[in-house]
Design a protein around this ligand. Structure first.
Ligand code: NAD
Length: 367
């Protein structure tokens, strides 16, 4: 046995890619290096059964390469299911660039990255993620057509965040209908954690509907601005999860739904924009179900952004973007129904439906 001769803590070094915990039958992982520009990037292509693998590029100062690799594996897998459940003909992919976006991102580095994307001949299509701006995608566009999220002046679909927020709002309304018997959010107390691009637009929808909105953020300036613009109450406490609320909307970081938060949570509905909200998909999904909390799966309700960039590939306009995003309401209701009928968590139900769609397409292709 390997563990007889080698310290098991070293095992991750023996199986550098296929052996990683986040590896889930990814089709292709591409390591990109360019000495002149300092580019070090990893492109993860998880699955291309439904179409080319589309997903953003994240530039982040990872502590080490394992962290970068695991991030790209995890994120690209998430994109596969997001597109599948949304009914888009796209596969799942993602890219990470290792480095500080503020100090190490240069036009030459972005161009070189674009060349690597181009070398994959369209199997991977990139877009914006953390550390990227529309102007960076414009540079990538100079060297490859396999990029979305470019400027509107160059044919892009523009800022995805308001569309993402609208989809989250639709998912939240559907979850409210399932849990409270009505999708009217008037007088419901909703805590929005993180009022950045998506969170702020969500606050606007909620305050228009007459919800009692409480906002939390680590950025004081944003708190003041958003509170002033929409009349939202600023949260000043130290343990948001223990507060009395009807709905919790995580719109900042992932993994906020965990042993600790679930043990305190009084919210009956969770619906937010953040990716990977469940620290452990299986365990924490089950804990929410046991406690009767309606969890609207993150990868389903935050798909507005990808619907927006998909329009660039398919050439449809704003009306179709809004129609597809509004449909998140129906899909969320279907997921709750499916999870009750099959005694599954809502997260697992959404994954199941996404996987079934991929499997059906595979079967069709092999006929
Ligand atoms: P953003 O960076 O504009 O906003 C994030 C906000 O969260 C910031 O205001 C930040 O100060 C705040 N924040 C950070 N740590 C916090 C903490 N510990 N407590 C409270 N607030 C904190 O990001 P965004 O574009 O609004 O995206 C929000 C989330 O939604 C992210 O998880 C992102 O991955 C996800 N998402 C975004 C889109 C999109 O279209 N922008 C699409 C899908 C998913």
């Amino acid at each position: 046995m390997v563990s007889d001769v080698i310290n098991t803590s070293e095992l991750h070094k023996i199986d550098p890619v296929f052996g990683q915990l986040s590896f889930d039958n990814h089709e292709q992982v591409v390591f990109c290096n360019d000495k002149d520009t300092g580019l070090k990037a990893i492109i993860g292509i998880h699955n291309t059964v439904l179409g080319p693998a589309l997903g953003g590029t994240r530039m982040w100062q990872y502590t080490n390469e394992w962290e970068a690799l695991n991030d790209v594996l995890r994120l690209s897998r998430g994109m596969t299911f997001k597109s599948a459940i949304t009914g888009l003909n796209l596969g799942g992919g993602k890219a990470v660039i290792i480095g500080d976006a503020k100090t190490q991102k240069t036009p030459a580095l972005m161009r070189k990255f674009g060349e690597f994307v181009h070398s994959l001949s369209g199997r991977y299509i990139t877009a914006e993620d953390v550390g990227m701006e529309t102007s960076d995608m414009d540079i990538v566009r100079d060297v490859t057509p396999y990029v979305t999220g470019i400027s509107e002046s160059r044919g892009g679909a523009g800022n995805p965040s308001p569309i993402t927020a609208y989809g989250v709002f639709m998912g939240m309304k559907a979850a409210a209908r399932y849990k409270f018997g009505s999708d009217v959010l008037e007088d419901k107390t909703v805590y929005v954690q993180g009022i950045g691009h998506v969170g702020e637009a969500l606050v606007e929808h909620l305050s228009n509907e007459g919800a009692n909105v409480v906002i939390a953020d680590i950025n004081e300036e944003r708190l003041q601005a958003v509170s002033k613009a929409y009349g939202a109450t600023i949260y000043r406490g130290s343990d948001i999860y223990a507060e009395e609320m009807d709905i919790y909307a995580p719109c900042a970081l992932g993994a906020t739904i965990n042993d600790d938060s679930i043990s305190k949570l009084k919210a009956q509905v969770i619906a937010g924009a953040a990716n990977n909200q469940l620290k452990d998909e299986i365990k924490h999904g089950a804990m929410l179900r046991d406690r009767g909390i309606a969890y609207a799966p993150d990868f389903l309700i935050n798909a507005g952004g990808i619907i927006n960039v998909y329009a660039e590939l398919e050439g449809y306009g704003k009306a179709e973007i809004m129609r597809k995003t509004e449909n998140i309401y129906n899909t969320t209701l279907e997921i709750f129904k499916h999870s009750d009928e099959n005694d599954l968590t809502s997260h697992y139900s959404a994954l199941r439906i996404a996987v079934d769609r991929i499997e059906a397409r595979k079967k069709e292709a092999n006929k």
